[in-house]
Ligand binder design. Structure first.
Ligand SMILES: *[C@@H]1O[C@H](CO)[C@@H](O)[C@H](O)[C@H]1NC(C)=O
Ligand SMILES: *[C@@H]1O[C@H](CO)[C@@H](O)[C@H](O)[C@H]1NC(C)=O
Ligand SMILES: *[C@@H]1O[C@H](CO)[C@@H](O)[C@H](O)[C@H]1NC(C)=O
Ligand SMILES: *[C@@H]1O[C@H](CO)[C@@H](O)[C@H](O)[C@H]1NC(C)=O
Ligand SMILES: *[C@@H]1O[C@H](CO)[C@@H](O)[C@H](O)[C@H]1NC(C)=O
Ligand SMILES: *[C@@H]1O[C@H](CO)[C@@H](O)[C@H](O)[C@H]1NC(C)=O
Length: 436
């Protein structure tokens, strides 16, 4: 039921300049799977259909995972169709074309995504869409595509930006604290990055997609360049805020630290994207996998699984199926994410790639409570304590009913605070409910 309070929240939460799409597409952060972190360029129709079938059989579809996304390397290198100018699906790896795979994915009740770049070639060197935005958007629509990841490779030199922007990963200049003191050619303070050549390259594809009859979610991937946080939500449904993730805790912590400073940009229809999930990949521990997933979920990042689903361990499968985190992530009333309320290891607002904020909280309308997350960023076991009176949503009352989101265990009526011993890089996630 929509109460007047709910309507007030919805209205207040809607940024005037967001890219609002039909049928609520892009209103909430996306849930799905993508081929890249699992297979890289070794992608083919059968790998895509296996993933789609696994999403159904593992119960992920029932939890809302819906997009099955083909990343780079799906086409024929170096040519376009001389008649239609379209990109040609690789006839060996995609014998029924992209439309054939799309039809089978749709038959499972799922949606399908594809990949291109705002340049002349993709990152792996295949034809990309700069200058062919209309042709490609029309082809994607004809093929039944529902989601486009749009990368930043193959950019010709005459599309370079006039100025440099500070990027959080520090590819340009050095940024010990998230600023770029050594940046050359910085933009003047009043510069509008929405008018930059980078922004224009992405606008062109947005406009071409908006002309199509299909609603195609637009996922920008400019790696945090050109101050994309300031214009991303006018252009796309989500925008990558950093360079690529890897299946290493140090990289996951680094991106979490960067994204933690961008939480004011998260709202309905607009989501900074800290890149796809690595849950199940590399040598991440069970604790690191669940910390990665929980942080991405509470930051309301797109949750795009990037592993071979039928090889996922029971622990990691349980992690990506966690009902409390998915409910929080898909909240229909609160567009805002969890915010850090205390850094913990560091003084508040410290930019530290190894030790991101450790204490987070945010409201849930569906669970009628507050989700609280505690993270141990240290390399050994340590205790973390949630103190009700430090948490904005809980201040002013002493006792709350608490549920542990990993075990589902009711911890009863908890007075003033809750302490946990956490292994290295583990998280505790609590649902804190009514007063008691
Ligand atoms: C399809 O791709 C998967 C994942 O890389 C690979 O294991 C499989 O051998 C490929 N199948 C064919 C027919 O090439
Ligand atoms: C190019 O497009 C035409 C028209 O749709 C089609 O008949 C032809 O098979 C395509 N060529 C290739 C190489 O895909
Ligand atoms: C975009 O690129 C063109 C051609 O290289 C250049 O003249 C122009 O200054 C650039 N515009 C911006 C806003 O950076
Ligand atoms: C770069 O050159 C291409 C080809 O001449 C042109 O279409 C495009 O508009 C140029 N880009 C800019 C930013 O001027
Ligand atoms: C960030 O680091 C630079 C260079 O070390 C320093 O000049 C600047 O004051 C620092 N900024 C903040 C906000 O700490
Ligand atoms: C995992 O750890 C093993 C042993 O330390 C190492 O050889 C391997 O390269 C690691 N794999 C990845 C993907 O990091």
């Amino acid at each position: 039921m929509l109460t007047s309070l709910t309507i007030a929240v919805l209205a207040a939460a809607l940024p005037a300049d967001a890219l609002v799409r039909k049928d609520g597409v892009g209103r909430l952060p996306a849930l799905g799977w993508n081929s890249w972190n699992a297979f890289g360029c070794d992608v083919n129709a059968s790998a895509i259909l296996t993933a789609a079938n696994d999403i159904v059989s593992l119960g992920l579809k029932d939890l809302g995972y819906e997009y099955v996304n083909i990343d780079d390397c799906w086409s024929v290198e170096g040519v376009r169709n001389t008649t239609t100018q379209r990109i040609i699906p690789n006839p060996t790896t995609f014998p029924d074309g992209i439309s054939g795979v799309a039809a089978q994915v749709h038959a499972l009740g799922l949606k399908i995504g594809i990949y291109s770049s705002a340049g002349e070639t993709t990152c792996a060197g295949y034809p990309a869409s700069l200058g062919y935005e209309k042709v490609d958007a029309e082809a994607f629509s004809d093929w039944g595509i529902d989601y486009l990841k749009y990368d930043n490779c193959g950019v010709p030199s005459n599309w370079t930006d006039k100025y440099n922007a500070c990027v959080p990963d520090g590819d340009i200049g050095t940024n010990p604290n998230g600023t770029c003191p050594d940046l050359t050619d910085p933009a003047p303070p009043e510069y509008d990055w929405a008018k930059s050549n980078t922004s224009i390259r992405y606008d062109r594809m947005r406009d071409a997609l908006l002309e199509q009859s299909r609603t195609i979610l637009f996922s920008l991937c400019d790696w945090g360049n050109a101050a994309v946080n300031t214009w991303g939500k006018e252009t796309g449904n989500s925008w990558r805020m950093s360079g690529d993730i890897t299946a290493e805790w140090s990289r996951i912590a680094q991106i979490a630290n960067e994204n933690s400073f961008l939480m004011n940009y998260v709202e309905f229809w607009g989501h900074p994207d800290p890149d796809m999930l690595e849950v199940g990949n590399g040598n991440l521990t069970v604790e690191e996998n669940r910390a990665h997933f929980a942080l991405w979920a509470i930051m309301k990042s797109p949750l795009i699984i990037g592993t071979t689903l039928n090889k996922l361990s029971a622990d990691n499968l349980a992690t990506i199926k966690n009902k409390y985190l998915l409910d929080f992530h898909q909240d229909p009333v609160y567009g805002r994410p969890a915010y850090p309320y205390k850094w913990g290891y560091n003084p508040d607002w410290t930019f530290d790639p190894e030790h991101p904020a450790e204490y987070w909280s945010g409201p849930s309308s569906t669970m009628k409570g507050t989700l609280v997350l505690m993270l141990n960023t240290e390399d050994s076991t340590a205790t973390r304590t949630a103190v009700w009176n430090e948490i904005p949503e809980l201040m002013g009352h002493d006792s709350y009913r608490v549920t542990d989101a990993w075990s589902g265990k009711d911890l009863g009526c908890v007075h003033k605070k809750h302490s946990v011993s956490l292994k290295s890089h583990d998280v505790s996630v609590l649902l804190v409910k009514g007063k008691c």
